[in-house]
Design a protein around this ligand. Structure first.
Ligand code: UP5
Ligand code: MG
Length: 199
């Protein structure tokens, strides 16, 4: 019996760059499981009506990054549960993580040697397009952070904290950059080329 390390692709990009949309399409075409760190945090927020839930709620509204101890445990648990149910499901898209230095350190501390990061899929999109997409979605999403005030903070956090992480991986030759400002199917054509080659 050979236990396989989970194979991970980190999916990064600004708020509304299309990470979730493209991950859904990847899952339809390749054998990957999609784990959105943001979705897991939102789930946890509504599940725990307690202090942790309130903390998550606050961080999300403020566009700040939740302390990694919370996020990494949710990700680890989700990966373990998926692999326990089906040992063939060991490929993961981790969407929206790692977003800052704290996230990266937490990942290394908990997952080093236990998971292999294959590459980082980076959806590159201008801030204006990102904001426009989130505001449009905000009309019906019910997300507490799809409003102008939160979006400005999310963009700031992205520029200050997440871009340096992407640059770090870039120096290691691990980033696959996709122009995400185009239509969904055009973006996916480029994504497909990456996964056909090395997914
Ligand atoms: N859309 C998508 N692609 C399009 C295209 N090509 N053309 C036109 N429209 C397109 O898409 C956003 C909207 O745009 C949708 O309406 C879509 O139809 C349309 P989506 O695919 O949802 O984009 P995505 O990049 O997933 O946007 P999201 O808002 O989810 O990105 P964020 O990174 O901001 O959100 P996330 O859920 O990852 O995080 C939210 C918050 O959680 C963070 O701000 C933070 O506070 C917290 N968080 C942490 O603290 N730690 C973490 O590790 C993760 C999150
Ligand atoms: Mg998303």
């Amino acid at each position: 019996f050979l236990a396989m390390n989970p194979q991970v692709v980190f999916v990064l990009g600004g708020p509304g760059a299309g990470k979730g949309t493209q991950c859904a399409k990847i899952v339809e075409n390749y054998s990957y499981t999609h784990l959105s760190a943001g979705d897991l945090l939102r789930e946890e927020r509504s599940r725990t009506g307690s202090k942790v839930g309130q903390l998550i709620d606050n961080y999300i509204k403020e566009g700040k990054i939740v302390p990694v101890e919370i996020t990494i445990n949710l990700l680890k648990k989700a990966m373990e549960e998926t692999m326990q149910k089906d040992e063939n499901k060991f490929r993961f898209l981790i969407d929206g993580f790692p977003r800052n230095e704290d996230n990266l350190q937490g990942w290394v501390k908990v997952m080093d040697g236990k998971a292999d990061v294959k590459f980082v899929l980076f959806f590159d999109c201008s801030n204006d397009v990102c904001i426009e997409r989130c505001l449009e979605r905000g009309k019906s999403s019910g997300r507490t952070d799809d409003n102008k005030e939160s979006l400005e903070k999310r963009i700031q956090t992205y520029l200050q904290s997440t871009r340096p992480i992407i640059e770090r991986y870039e120096k290691q030759g691990k980033v696959r950059t996709i122009d995400a400002s185009r239509a969904v199917c055009e973006v996916f054509a480029d994504v497909k080329a990456v996964f056909d080659r090395e997914g």
